[in-house]
Write a protein that binds this ligand. Structure first.
Ligand SMILES: [Zn+2]
Length: 115
């Protein structure tokens, strides 16, 4: 494997030394030894077939929902909560702007930096 750029990250497969194709090595870490797997990774993936390289992830809507529910850690920060906060902030900014127009608030400072 003379001309391999990085043997740590690539392994030559298929054919003799001249016609070998470079493929990535699996980046999964072994729970048992703590070392990297280093098996050839599945095409266009970063891990080998034993470490999820053949996995397509959830395909159906039901499966996606189940996966999202399983991966929800605490639920204090969700898309719905972020959207609600964003809407509230937008309304608040509009109210502040209205207050400025009425003269209830001081005018917006032109710039933070002062020459
Ligand atoms: Zn692996």
């Amino acid at each position: 494997m003379g001309k391999l750029a990085s043997e740590e990250f690539h392994v030559g497969l298929f054919g003799n030394n001249d016609k070998r194709r470079l493929v990535k090595r699996c980046k999964a870490k072994s729970r048992r030894t703590g070392e990297r797997c280093k098996a050839p990774a599945t095409r266009s993936k970063a891990v080998c077939r034993f470490h999820g390289g053949c996995s397509t992830g959830p395909r159906t809507d039901e499966g996606r929902a189940r996966s999202a529910a399983a991966k929800t850690v605490h639920g204090t920060e969700t898309r719905a909560i972020r959207a609600a906060r964003k809407a509230f902030t937008k309304r608040l900014a509009a109210l502040v702007e209205l207050g400025r127009l009425c003269g209830a608030f001081p005018p917006k400072p032109s710039s933070r930096r002062k020459a």
